[in-house]
Design a protein around this ligand. Structure first.
Ligand code: ADP
Ligand code: MG
Length: 660
């Protein structure tokens, strides 16, 4: 059956349906209402002026009609509701006049003007409403209305057989109603109870198929086409024992997870997540070392030049016996060529760099491991850019934005996850304060205390962003102010996105060496920068940032046993900012961010197409998602899964997983 076969459906309507994405009967049947209008008689005593009203009554007079033009008209009449007489007005329904006779019983749906006891009606139903009416509301367009869509769908309900993607064992387990019946109810519900059953059925199916896909990706994608390495855990322990500090329990566990991945021939696809300052970098270094011991080249990609060179220096310090190169977009052509040569001929053991690692024309030599810092997930196309003569490297992603469990399950559902939840010992929570611009004097005194204690301070300047073309006035003004306040007791430096990498690096180095005590900066220091003696961060206009971003910034201080302070200066949204004064746990902060900003683009990752469910809602149906996850895992391992009658499920999964 095709759209053309639906009785009374003309080409124009089909065109309108096409415009909202409906091309087939299947599309139509699966075009679910996005909400329902519940129509039940109103309790007049509870209504306020302007509320929606549903009320039955008897028509008292012949409706009066005014025609404005061919299309526009207004009809009015009196309705006796039993408790009062109301003036009803309704637009463009002149065609109903013949059915609206004096003495007829009707129900009016509309907006209630309490003072005048009048109703502006949006709809009229004949007779009284005994029970609740539930009207499906569809996403519609100017050309085709929700009620028209509803009519078309209703006309084919019951005539179409749908495919049922839930295996029998699970239908029995949850006593799910029949799929076709659920579809019928979704488009034409008669009670809330049955609607809930139908919703549960269809939502579950959607989530189940989603989790099946995720499981499939997880299993199929890297089965045995990975690299194995001949490295003993004793060798790893030797590295660990030679570190200048003792690893935390979670760091050790993460190293072990990664080690297991690296020696097995399953391809690693792992996310290492942990709060700012939890010590992910050292874990990644050890991973690179294990990879090196296994005979492969390894690469670490950082989001900024500063971070890349910081990692480069730290790695060299810790493992001076390896040959490490730094590759960033800002190298001079000649240097770049040299570095690329060393990479290609295999002399480089470890390559650390920025996006240049994949965007430049680099040929790797036996590349076994790629690590990206701060959740730069890259897609298939970019992975292809890692020119590597046929080898598919293991991949480790690092993220300092802890992801609420909901999101982890979906966004990163096809990945394994290692979490570092505990901070290195001796870390104290950063004391956080929210201050207004009027209280700047207090802030300056707090800063002075830190300077007197020979500590250093970050000041995040307002309004400047790396990519912006705006003038640097604000930053320079701030520099002037800071110099006025502190110029006699310490050195004030400035760093911003318009500086070239060399200048930035110089300033950063001066700050690291404590030649500068107060560093004014735009957010270029946001990720990963590490200066242990910096104990305070002052953030101007902090309302401009999301809580997670502020938490990241705050992570720049309190990186050792010294007390750390974060001062959020803002005249707006102070309530929201105060969340940060109450918790130092990045997982909690991101949950709050999630609550405040909803399921949008919180993590800087564009919501993947995967997350746009038709009927399920990732936030509200989270429990159902968890169940679907468990069930899908059990199902995939069961005998039932191999029954050929479920081949179409597998086919569907593979199709939607759209494998590379
Ligand atoms: P992030 O997880 O934010 O990338 P880093 O890896 O930069 O954090 O670690 C922050 C600081 O903590 C660094 O100075 C690092 O050397 C130090 N560090 C990491 N692990 C430990 C540990 N187990 N004990 C003490 N200090 C550690
Ligand atoms: Mg880091």
């Amino acid at each position: 059956m095709q759209l053309e076969d639906i009785k009374g459906l003309g080409n124009t309507t089909i065109k309108y349906l096409n415009e909202i994405g409906i091309y087939s009967i299947d599309d139509l049947i699966n075009y679910y209402p996005f909400r329902y209008e519940i129509i039940e008689n109103s309790d007049i005593s509870k209504l306020n002026d302007g509320d929606k009203i549903v009320i039955g009554g008897i028509i008292e007079n012949v409706p009066n009609i005014i025609h404005f033009n061919r299309k526009l008209n207004k009809m009015s009449f009196r309705l006796n509701t039993g408790s009062f007489v109301s003036n009803i007005t309704i637009f463009n329904r002149a065609f109903l006049k013949d059915k609206l006779n004096v003495g007829n019983t009707i129900t009016v749906i509309g907006k209630y003007d309490k003072k005048h006891n009048s109703i502006t009606a949006s709809d009229i139903k004949f007779g009284l409403i005994e029970e609740t009416l539930i009207e499906p509301i569809y996403h519609s367009s100017f050309k085709i209305s929700s009620s028209k869509i509803s009519k078309i769908i209703k006309s084919i309900l019951g005539k179409v057989k749908t495919k049922d993607y839930i295996p029998n064992s699970l239908i029995e387990k949850y006593h799910f109603i029949d799929k076709d019946k659920a579809i019928k109810i979704i488009h034409n519900p008669t009670s809330k109870e049955e609607l809930n059953k139908a919703l549960a059925r269809l939502k579950y199916e959607e989530l189940f198929m989603f989790m099946m896909k995720i499981n499939y990706l997880k299993n199929a994608k890297r089965k045995s086409d990975g690299l194995s390495r001949n490295v003993s855990y004793e060798q790893v322990l030797e590295i660990i024992n030679n570190l200048p500090f003792e690893l935390t329990k979670d760091q050790l566990k993460s190293v072990k997870d990664i080690y297991d991945d690296l020696i097995s021939n399953n391809r690693m696809n792992r996310l290492l997540q942990g709060d700012v300052g939890s010590g992910k970098t050292i874990v990644s270094f050890i991973a690179l070392y294990i990879n090196y011991l296994g005979g492969y080249q390894g690469a670490l990609m950082a989001p900024t030049e500063i971070l890349a060179s910081q990692h480069f220096q730290n790695f060299q310090k810790l493992f001076p016996n390896l040959n490490i190169v730094l590759l960033t977009g800002k190298l001079k052509a000649k240097e770049k060529k040299e570095v690329k040569n060393i990479i290609e001929n295999g002399k480089a053991n470890i390559i650390i760099g920025t996006h240049a690692l994949i965007s430049e024309d680099v040929t790797y030599n036996n590349l076994g491991l790629v690590i990206t810092d701060e959740q730069h997930r890259f897609g298939v196309a970019q992975r292809g850019n890692l020119k590597n003569k046929g080898i598919t490297p293991d991949i480790l992603y690092m993220s300092a934005t802890p992801i609420p469990r909901t999101y982890a399950l979906t966004l990163y559902g096809d990945m394994d996850i290692s979490s570092i939840r505990t901070m290195p010992s001796g870390r104290k929570p950063v004391k956080t304060y929210v201050k207004t611009n009027k209280e700047i004097k207090d802030v300056l005194y707090m800063m002075l205390d830190q300077i007197k204690a020979h500590h250093q301070i970050y000041v995040i300047a307002p309004l400047i962003e790396e990519s912006d073309k705006i003038d640097l006035e604000d930053v320079y003004k701030l520099e002037e102010k800071m110099k006025k306040a502190f110029g006699k007791v310490c050195n004030v430096g400035i760093m911003h996105g318009k500086m070239n990498p060399k200048e930035k690096e110089e300033i950063m180095n001066e700050f690291k060496q404590n030649k500068i005590q107060i560093l004014i900066s735009t957010t270029v220091i946001e990720v990963g920068v590490d200066v242990a003696n910096a104990t305070m961060i002052v953030i101007f206009d902090s309302y401009r940032f999301g809580l997670s971003a502020l938490h990241q910034l705050r992570g720049r201080v309190g990186r050792n046993d010294l007390d750390g302070y974060c001062i959020l200066i803002s005249d707006k949204e102070t309530k929201r900012l105060e969340v940060l004064t109450r918790t130092n746990d990045g997982f909690k902060v991101s949950e709050e961010d999630f609550k405040l900003r909803g399921g949008g683009d919180i993590f800087g990752i564009r919501q993947s197409g995967d997350m746009n469910f038709k009927i399920a809602d990732i936030k509200n149906d989270y429990d159902l998602l968890l169940r679907a996850k468990e069930d899908s895992e059990t199902f995939m391992k069961s005998k039932e899964y191999n029954d050929s009658k479920y081949d179409f499920i597998k086919k569907q999964i593979i199709q939607s997983a759209n494998l590379d």
